[in-house]
Design a protein around this ligand. Structure first.
Ligand code: UD1
Length: 419
């Protein structure tokens, strides 16, 4: 297992290009299972979770070719309906094949994603939604088994917005008989991107991006081409990096409109943020100031940017309160940030961050994808050397992160083969 060795204290300056959104690419790739015909998906990021999803599709019998950021998928012949544990255990989003397989083949068996570092993360609302469409779903030997003689459209009301839950039920409903109405649906841009792709394939979906989505089932979907939206979490991560190293960073080929809550938090912290249609620039203030942040479903502040934002606020003047309303246990980066000298205390869903004058490098460990990004940013701003272990978590979701940061002036090297 490789480590990243960061020599901190450099201002990050320059321009970096946003990659395609992992969280849009994953459901879009899973949704190719819904019908025969060739689909060409571009702007697919080269991150480990995408590799895992492509492996999973191949195991199911799908033909996959990948050339740079372009993936060609042909799901005409699906030969298995079982998503094996070995693939699903490393990536919760494996559960996204459940809805499409069930709708297309009448059955699906997906290993339960299992425990996750950031909390229990159940999939009960996915299952409830599919049951509402007429599926018989059981849990056998750690595996979700779903069967149907044909799905039927129905009203599905989510207790709380769930991103992959909305996506799973929306995909299944595309091939159901009749109309499905999702209420309290997730409004994330990644849900909209999936809906846009499905519509290009012949699905009838109305209202994606709002809390009420209406899907009228069609008998079959055809192949289509689609370009994945830019990654708003990656964009926000590089903006935090620029703001907390006293630098100036432009992220291009992004959609600033998808990260307004994050831009407003950065402005609240004193950073100068200039957004254009497809790019955004952050310039650091002389000293960052404290700002309170509460994560929430879109369009609220994204939970996936909570760790990077916390790293930034560790260096702000004053005390910030971060409220984590989406995943209550998402604080695994806190003890590691403390090793760098941060003053953070956690009480339930709230973290109190007392800003300090500077962090100092130390060995730290990433416990999940976004925690890893937060720690890497803290290392970039800290004095001296920070050795970040378990970077495979970060490689699940950030494309070429070392290279991109080096392009902004960061001093990072990879040390091979250490735990
Ligand atoms: C997706 C994102 C993840 C992001 C999260 C919240 C993907 C592949 N992943 O994850 O990066 O952090 O949205 O923006 O898109 N819940 C239940 N039962 C369910 C489903 C969800 O209790 O059946 C709870 C979760 O535990 C959590 C909340 O609902 O507290 C929201 O989770 P959800 O939106 O489902 O997250 P994911 O779709 O797993």
């Amino acid at each position: 297992m490789d480590r990243l060795i960061v020599t901190g204290g450099r201002r990050l300056e320059g321009r970096v290009t946003a990659s395609g959104a992992k969280n849009a690419a994953l459901p879009i790739l899973a949704s190719t299972l819904l019908g025969a015909g060739e689909c060409v998906i571009s702007n697919v990021p080269a991150v480990r979770d995408v590799g895992t999803m492509l492996e999973l599709l191949k195991v199911l019998g799908v033909s996959v070719t990948r050339e740079a950021g372009r993936v060609t998928v042909d799901s005409t012949a699906v030969r298995s309906v079982e998503a094996p544990y070995d693939l699903v255990k490393t990536m919760r989003a494996g559960v996204l094949v459940l809805g499409p397989l069930l709708a297309r083949c009448g059955e699906a068996a997906v290993s339960l994603p299992g425990g996750c570092a950031i909390g229990p993360r159940p999939v009960d609302w996915h299952v409830d939604g599919l049951r509402r469409l007429g599926a018989a779903v059981s849990l056998e030997h750690g595996c979700i088994r779903a069967r149907t003689a044909g799905l039927t459209g129905a009203p599905v009301a989510f207790r709380m917005p769930t991103v992959t839950g909305t996506e799973n039920v929306m995909m299944a409903a595309c091939l159901a008989r009749g109309t499905t109405v999702l209420t309290n649906a997730a409004c994330e841009p990644e849900v909209v991107d999936l809906a846009d792709f499905l519509i290009a394939r012949g699905a009838k979906i109305d209202g994606a991006g709002s809390a009420r989505v209406v899907i009228e089932g069609v008998p079959a979907l055809r192949g289509a081409a689609h370009e994945v939206i830019p990654d708003r979490v990656e964009t926000g991560t590089y903006l935090c990096a620029g703001a907390m190293t006293g630098g100036r960073v432009e992220v291009d080929r992004c959609r600033p409109g998808h990260l307004e809550a994050a831009l407003s938090a950065l402005r609240g912290a004193g950073a100068e943020v200039t957004a254009a249609a497809r790019s955004v620039t952050v310039a650091a203030p002389r000293r960052l100031r404290a700002v309170d942040v509460a994560t929430a479903p879109y369009p609220g502040f994204p939970t996936d940017l909570q760790a990077p934002m916390m790293a930034l606020l560790c260096l702000a003047e004053g005390t910030s309160v971060i409220t984590e309303s989406v995943f209550e246990g998402r604080w695994l980066h806190v003890p590691e940030l403390r090793r760098l000298g941060a003053a953070v205390t956690v009480d339930g869903a709230r973290a109190v961050v007392k800003g300090c004058d500077g962090l100092s490098g130390a060995p730290v460990m990433a416990s999940d994808l976004r925690a890893g990004a937060g720690l890497l940013l803290a290392g970039l701003a800290a004095s001296g050397e920070t050795a970040l272990a378990r970077i495979y978590h970060m490689e699940r979701g950030y494309e070429r992160i070392e290279e991109k940061l080096r392009g902004l002036g960061a001093v990072i090297r990879r040390e091979r083969g250490r735990a």
